[in-house]
Design a protein around this ligand. Structure first.
Ligand SMILES: [Zn+2]
Length: 519
């Protein structure tokens, strides 16, 4: 872009987010790398839970935050790109610490990878940790994302540790050395016996590979992983297991291969944990620096199925491949809702209360809590899942500033990128979100669909505002992230969402077409 005042691409923003008029046009600066970007008049949420401040001007030079509030008129007239953030909040990009790339959900129904990429960027995710996927493809996408030849978040690749043919510790060690050679950023561990886990952790430490674990119901529990020095525990599994008196009280007909059994009984786990033992497990996690990435949002259907099945964004944004996949099927992981009962939901609600209290206690004792959505399963959509995850952290008792810390600064610490990512700080990578409104007032504003906001006489206002007798009060759709900026490149969220909607419409039309001729 040219560097003179008349050529400035100034993105003037409407006050209430994603209106139809705004969706119709893509600003010229969308997805374009410039040398210098200035965000004017922004309120800043820094990333580490200190109070917001501003308004300030943020200057981004060559993908890094170069100065905050240091910009003079001269600085911003020398910019390629100016984003006016008046009335908006700027926060660091979100780290989704637990996700998977999918090019298909229902077998035989392709889902374009750009669909998932757009949704994550639209939800403010600028960095993802893929914990298990197609390693070679993810490495290629990682390089393309770093080179900005694709529109996608930054990617860290943690492949599933392979047990190989024999599952012997020696074979596992060889596999780890090879995957490190091929560029693994870390390892994802699932379902290991103690001898296998010892080999994995020893090899990982020697090679300097970080580790994330999904502890299944198995020989090893959090106790083993804490002792052997894993970096993060994912989900709820393993922690309460280490606090049981003996093992979980499974009925004799328990079959772990049957997901109704597996997920039904999983909802009974935390109630069976001995509270005193659970406090101790939490203490040990904190002591050994083991992070907890709870992924609350991915299990939510188990406690409230009707809510999960009727999310309003499904209408325009649910890809038919996922729509098919979510329907009850013993073939599809996480599609276990056959006759789901009130008792199963009640148990899961109780499980959430105890689990959330445990995560809250863990954080208050100094533990590192992060956010991940694990979407693409169990009625959770990419992007919408991470947005819901933040709301559930608030439900767990965290202040919205702490929730945003989990999603940004804590994520950077988990990845070992705390010297350059996760704060609105000079010298840091310019991964920034420009939010329509104040997410500390309502985390729902971060949802890619937008949120209900109240207006008084046409102006957005807190719903605790005093009302006069002649004030006209309305509920309108507002909020949303306006710009997701990654490495200094601005992505216009309404444009990303319009593209998602188009992908979904095309796929639905094709599906009707391709199934029409079948018997
Ligand atoms: Zn996962």
């Amino acid at each position: 872009m040219k560097v003179f005042a008349a050529g400035l691409a100034i993105a003037t923003l409407l006050t209430l987010g994603t209106t139809a008029a705004q969706q119709a046009q893509t600003p010229t600066i969308h997805a374009k790398a410039g040398r210098r970007l200035v965000i004017r008049n922004a309120m800043v949420i820094y990333g580490n839970a200190k109070p917001p401040y501003g308004p300030v001007d943020i200057v981004v030079q060559d993908g890094l935050i170069s100065s905050i509030n240091g910009s003079s008129e001269a600085a911003w007239t020398a910019a390629d790109t100016v984003i006016d953030a008046t009335g908006k909040y700027v926060m660091p990009g979100i780290v989704n610490a637990h996700m998977h790339w999918h090019e298909e959900r229902q077998t035989g129904v392709p889902q374009p990878i750009q669909y998932e990429r757009n949704l994550y960027l639209a939800a403010g995710v600028t960095t993802v940790r893929e914990v298990g996927g197609d390693f070679d493809k993810s490495k290629r996408w990682q390089a393309e994302s770093n080179a900005h030849t694709i529109v996608a978040p930054r990617i860290l690749v943690y492949p599933f540790v392979s047990k190989g043919r024999s599952g012997s510790p020696a074979e596992i060690r060889t596999w780890i050395r090879e995957i490190k050679q091929k560029g693994a950023d870390g390892l994802k561990i699932i379902g290991m016996d103690r001898d296998q886990l010892e080999a994995i952790m020893d090899e990982a430490h020697k090679l300097g590979l970080r580790t994330a674990t999904h502890i299944a119901v198995e020989e090893t529990t959090a106790k083993d992983y804490i002792e052997l020095g894993v970096n993060s525990i994912e989900h709820f599994y393993g922690v309460a297991d280490a606090a049981l008196s003996g093992i979980q009280a499974f009925p004799p007909d328990m079959n772990y291969s049957n997901e109704i059994h597996r997920f039904g009984r999983a909802g009974e786990l935390y109630a069976q944990a001995d509270p005193a033992k659970l406090h101790k497990v939490i203490d040990q996690m904190v002591e050994r620096g083991v992070a907890w990435d709870p992924t609350f949002s991915i299990y939510e259907a188990s406690r409230d199925l009707v809510r999960a099945q009727n999310q309003p964004w499904f209408r325009d944004y649910l890809h038919p491949s996922m729509e098919e996949y979510f329907k009850g099927s013993s073939e599809n992981h996480g599609s276990y809702f056959f006759g789901w009962t009130s008792t199963q939901e009640a148990r899961w609600k109780q499980q959430y209360r105890i689990w959330m209290d445990a995560v809250r206690e863990f954080a208050s004792k100094g533990g590192l809590v992060t956010t991940g959505d694990d979407a693409g399963y169990i009625y959770s959509m990419y992007g919408f899942g991470i947005s819901r995850e933040l709301e559930l952290h608030e439900e767990a008792g965290f202040h919205p500033l702490e929730v945003i810390e989990h999603a940004t600064w804590n994520g950077a610490r988990l990845l070992g990128m705390e010297d350059r990512l996760g704060k609105v700080r000079e010298g840091f990578i310019a991964d920034l979100l420009v939010v329509n409104g104040n997410p500390l007032e309502n985390l729902k504003l971060l949802n890619p669909y937008g949120a209900d906001v109240m207006t008084i006489n046409g102006r957005q206002a807190s719903n605790y505002s005093p009302l006069g007798p002649n004030d006209k009060v309305q509920a309108v759709r507002g909020g949303g992230i306006e710009w997701t900026i990654k490495d200094g490149i601005p992505y216009h969220v309404p444009t990303l969402m319009r593209e998602v909607k188009e992908m979904v419409s095309r796929a639905r039309a094709q599906r009707v077409h391709s199934t029409a001729g079948q018997p």
